[in-house]
Ligand binder design. Structure first.
Ligand SMILES: Cc1cc2nc3c(=O)[nH]c(=O)nc-3n(C[C@H](O)[C@H](O)[C@H](O)COP(=O)(O)OP(=O)(O)OC[C@H]3O[C@@H](n4cnc5c(N)ncnc54)[C@H](O)[C@@H]3O)c2cc1C
Length: 483
């Protein structure tokens, strides 16, 4: 009975594929003048890389080293994806990260070593927190802030323990923190977790940080640095050897069809068609979740289930440049400011990023802050960028009434609302099952479609630039080994 159903299913799939193939062949004929680079010889068909972020660029470089033809189809008008450094005041000394900013565990981080080889300067980051409470209009004071951080670290250890008791991280946090936690303790826990994951405490899996659940993550938290001039340096490095023929900007992919002969047809929003031998999908998980790219045949239930169950969070940044670093107690010392709203809600941290705003080592810098909003507040900021700037400025005014000054430039990210990201990075949601991240990374369509990117980077530092980089190379290596 089972094999009968399978036979019927295969016959049905074959019919569908044949009719798709005929349609696509007609479309290819119609499009030949429009897209002159479509190759008809099977051996010459390029690998099509969807997305020109770190994963796509890393895969492209690896394929290029092996002389395998490829085309990157990038939907937006620039490369780099969620690694986006903007010179917000346009003075070549206010380069601020709107997406990725830190290189974590830098001593063992392959991206750091690659940048180090081309003499890129990095700046060690110190957390150095100062906490302001909007309810009492008071600073917690240096010692208070440090105590809170110590308590947070201690509580965080309990959070690391695997548990099956709670429905979500909020329940776990409530149970772990003492009966009536201090406002600053609760805020620090909530805001840092929501910034790191992008989901609300209620959306996060209870074991979101436990080593068991996140065994794939491979993150040791030993050190962290930021790049002078930003991740732009990495994107420039990775794109330096690629040609305009190999990189197509403003090519927004809307469908990927695997044909009967196993070749693949990729269509963009302006109906241009590309034919390839294999596809490396590097679009963020948020884009896959949204269904804006149609895959034919559809993903299996197993794959689609993992796409739906793994969370994809929201984190946004409000970047601000000023004439003077009016917030600094000690003019030589950067750090992070926390402003606790009343009542406590998602907020995040305001990080002093001045040291990294220069274009190169020794270049002049502009006093700058990056306010990182997590979860609900991030969604709000993406939808209301002007209000988000006003909110951060009014908080800074309250914190530093005597020294406050107006910014010379501002910028707000839009990862949550952009059709090219639809969020910030993946996290284990209450629905996520153990093994889902591995399923996300698995190739589909008999190995013709591969996945690379931060959410498909199992066994590396997932959710990071390094994870994206390694997974891009990994996908390219699979293709290279099969040739
Ligand atoms: C706010 C924020 C802070 C972060 N902080 C850090 C950090 O400090 N350190 C760190 O290591 N990582 C950080 N990350 C994560 C890091 O940015 C990502 O892990 C990494 O950049 C992902 O690279 P990627 O190539 O996998 O995806 P992306 O960079 O998202 O690249 C995917 C590309 O696909 C394109 N695309 C999407 N849809 C289509 C389509 N239909 N057709 C064609 N092209 C399409 C996009 O435009 C994009 O260029 C942060 C991310 C965010 C959002």
């Amino acid at each position: 009975m089972k094999s009968f159903i399978i036979t019927i299913a295969i016959a049905f799939l074959s019919l569908t594929s044949f009719s798709q193939q005929a349609e696509v062949e007609n479309r290819l004929a119609e499009n030949q003048l429009k897209e002159k680079d479509i190759t008809n010889s099977k051996t010459q068909k390029p690998v099509i890389i969807i997305g020109g972020g770190v994963a796509g660029l890393s895969a492209a470089n690896r394929l290029k080293e092996s002389n395998i033809p490829f085309i990157i189809l990038e939907g937006s008008d620039h490369l780099g994806g969620r690694a986006l450094t903007l010179d917000i005041a346009g003075n070549n000394s206010s380069w601020i990260e709107m997406g990725a900013a830190w290189i974590d565990d830098h001593k063992t981080n392959s991206v750091y070593h690659m940048l180090n080889e081309v003499n890129t300067e990095v700046v060690p980051t110190s957390f150095n927190p100062r906490i302001y409470d909007q309810k009492t209009n008071q600073w917690k004071g240096g010692l208070g802030a440090i105590n809170t951080m110590l308590k947070f670290q201690k509580n965080n250890k309990k959070i690391l323990q695997v548990s099956d008791e709670f429905a979500n991280l909020k329940e776990k946090v409530d149970a772990i923190l003492p009966g009536n936690p201090k406002r600053e303790d609760y805020f620090m826990l909530k805001s840092t977790q929501e910034m790191l994951n992008g989901g609300t405490l209620e959306e996060m899996h209870q074991n979101v940080f436990s080593p068991g659940y996140w065994a794939y993550l491979n993150y040791k938290e030993t050190s962290s640095v930021m790049i002078t001039g930003g991740y732009k340096k990495l994107i420039d490095l990775l794109s330096s050897k690629l040609t305009n023929e190999e990189v197509r900007l403003n090519h927004w992919v809307t469908s990927v069809s695997v044909l009967q002969d196993s070749s693949i047809v990729v269509k963009t929003s302006d109906e241009t068609i590309f034919e390839g031998s294999q596809v490396i999908v590097t679009v963020p998980l948020g884009v896959l979740k949204s269904g804006t790219i149609k895959f034919e045949p559809e993903f299996s239930k197993r794959k689609q289930g993992a796409i739906e169950r793994v969370g994809f969070g929201d984190v946004e940044k409000v970047a601000l440049s000023f004439k003077n670093a009016f917030w600094r107690k000690n003019q030589n010392k950067a750090g992070a400011l926390f402003s606790i709203p009343d009542p406590i809600e998602s907020y995040g941290a305001i990080v002093d990023v001045t040291e990294t705003t220069g274009a190169r080592p020794g270049a002049s810098t502009t006093p700058s802050l990056a306010c990182i909003f997590g979860a609900e507040k991030a969604k709000w900021a993406a939808e209301n960028p002007e209000d988000a700037v006003k909110l951060v400025l009014s908080d800074l005014k309250k914190m530093f009434p005597e020294t406050y000054e107006e910014p010379i430039a501002t910028a707000v990210s839009n990862w949550t609302t952009s059709p090219f990201s639809k969020g910030c990075y993946a996290f284990a949601s209450v629905d996520t099952k153990l093994g889902d991240f591995r399923i996300l990374a698995e190739p589909t369509h008999n190995g013709r479609i591969l996945f690379a990117g931060d959410a498909y980077a199992v066994d590396t530092y997932m959710g990071s630039v390094e994870g994206a980089f390694i997974s891009g190379e990994r996908a390219a290596n699979v293709i290279i080994q099969k040739r």
